[in-house]
Ligand binder design. Structure first.
Ligand SMILES: NC(=O)c1ccc[n+]([C@@H]2O[C@H](COP(=O)([O-])OP(=O)(O)OC[C@H]3O[C@@H](n4cnc5c(N)ncnc54)[C@H](OP(=O)(O)O)[C@@H]3O)[C@@H](O)[C@H]2O)c1
Length: 335
């Protein structure tokens, strides 16, 4: 294994003994992982915090088989070692990477196909905040719901990590984006970030608002992280041939919908979960992102919306901030 870095045997990571509240997160001593075939070892500069990490900490989202029990689905950092099959020239490169786990640590391994090169001068905390939302929004809104320039979409959670990435991508690709948020302040923040319209769902009925905004035509696609009773309401917001993509079920896993409505308006209901997808799928998404989206990153036209950075050891405080629901954009942990 070619390497020119001195890599310690042990590292500090953040984990938990038993599921529970944010306070269960604590620094833990672990062996530095070894990069296996087609993997790289990254000295982590920063790790993104995502809502699925909270579900994992609460005991509702176990890591897929064979994946580290340390939370963390995305990191940025420097490649310090490579496994078999990876070009040694990658050593020393700054990358950000999508992980299936293990990001809350000083070192993390990533499949080489899930790494994207961080452009010179790009802030490493910002780079860590890109992969999870970029892969998720791209593969769901652009691939599953195949939105194109001129379409109008509805995205809930407009100030979430996912929502803020959706706003950025829609702006870059000429798509009108209507978001919902739980307060006027969050609506103002979403509009400031480039949302075409923002609806305070606590103050008005988003179905009526979407009808008004679209002159009764409806939207071509909905990216839904709410589920439950939102699903029939989302369908009511959709134009004929509209696509509905579920990525979370914060209001429940069950929904009652009219199958006749689906037939008559030729609606498509789909969804996905990124974490358990195979490396080959994530690698294909990374290749597409690298061709189609990464030029915007390199030109500085796509930057994540940053909420706050916490030291890695304060992961519990970072989780508490996300659970309080006051953040706008991404929370990251820096080593
Ligand atoms: N399927 C996948 O592959 C995948 C991948 C990544 C993330 N996700 C999911 O995507 C969601 C966003 O993730 P994130 O990391 O961006 O989390 P986040 O920043 O914590 O955002 C969560 C958002 O959910 C909104 N929300 C919560 N309850 C709501 C309700 N009852 N009605 C409307 N909106 C509600 C909140 O908006 P308000 O504060 O305005 O209410 C908040 O903006 C999470 O549910 C996560 O599990 C799925």
């Amino acid at each position: 294994m070619p390497q020119r870095y001195s890599i310690p045997e042990r590292m500090t990571a953040v984990g938990f003994d038993a599921p529970g509240r944010a306070e269960v997160l604590k620094p833990v001593d672990r062996t530095v992982p070894q990069p296996m075939e087609n993997e790289v070892l990254i000295k982590v500069a920063a790790a993104g915090v995502n809502r699925p990490d909270i579900l994992q900490r609460r005991g509702f989202y176990a890591p897929p088989p064979g994946i580290s029990d340390i939370p963390g689905l995305e990191v940025s950092g420097e490649v310090v070692a490579v496994g078999a099959g990876v070009d040694g020239a990658m050593i020393g490169q700054k990358v950000c990477a999508l992980l299936a786990g293990g990001g809350y640590a000083e070192y993390a391994v990533a499949p080489v196909g899930q790494c994207l090169a961080v452009p010179a001068g790009y802030d490493m905390a910002e780079a860590a905040a890109l992969p999870e939302t970029l892969f998720t929004v791209w593969s769901n809104l652009f691939e599953r719901a195949y939105v194109v320039e001129g379409d109008t979409v509805l995205v809930h959670g407009g100030t979430s990590g996912i929502g803020t990435m959706a706003i950025s991508l829609c702006r870059l690709f000429g798509i009108k984006i209507i978001v919902t948020c739980g307060s006027d302040d969050k609506c103002a923040a979403a509009l400031n970030l480039g949302a075409t319209h923002a609806i305070n769902y606590a103050a008005s009925d988003f179905v009526e608002a979407v009808r008004d905004i679209t002159d009764g035509k409806g939207v071509q696609a909905v990216l839904d992280m709410v589920g439950g009773d939102y699903v029939p309401r989302n369908l009511a917001c959709m134009a004929e041939d509209g696509r509905h993509v579920s990525i979370a079920t914060q209001r429940g896993v069950k929904a009652e919908i009219s199958v006749l409505d689906v037939m008559q308006r030729r609606l498509t209901l789909t969804g996905s979960t990124l974490r358990p997808r195979p490396i080959v799928f994530k690698t294909l998404v990374a290749e597409e992102l690298s061709r189609v989206v990464w030029p915007f990153v390199t030109e500085g036209k796509l930057r994540p919306v940053m909420d706050r950075a916490f030291p890695l050891a304060e992961a519990a405080a970072a989780h508490a901030r996300m659970e309080a629901g006051e953040h706008v954009g991404k929370i990251v942990l820096v080593t």
